[in-house]
Design a protein around this ligand. Structure first.
Ligand SMILES: [Zn+2]
Ligand SMILES: [Zn+2]
Length: 87
């Protein structure tokens, strides 16, 4: 399985469907990964993060695509505070 085997929309749908951490727009990436796996089957961590980075580069995904912080959200949910995407 490769990045191209995960459709952008399927990935972003999983972000949408995954419940947020209370009081934030953040979904923890392992929760998003679990949601995505219910749609596509098991996905290795490195593939999940590679796909997240790809979408982040295209501006379709906000949050931490490298996995250090572990939060993901849709770009339109980005909050103008220093704890969200560092801006
Ligand atoms: Zn990070
Ligand atoms: Zn953000």
């Amino acid at each position: 399985m490769q990045c191209k085997d995960i459709p952008d929309e399927t990935f972003l749908d999983s972000v949408r469907k995954t419940p947020t951490t209370p009081g934030t727009t953040w979904r923890m990436r392992w929760d998003v990964q679990a949601t995505l796996e219910t749609a596509l089957g098991p996905i290795p961590d490195n593939l999940f993060l590679a796909k997240a980075r790809q979408l982040h580069r295209k501006g379709k995904l906000g949050g931490c695509p490298c996995g250090c912080r572990g939060d993901l959200h849709l770009p339109k949910e980005c909050r103008p505070n220093p704890h969200c995407c560092g801006q």
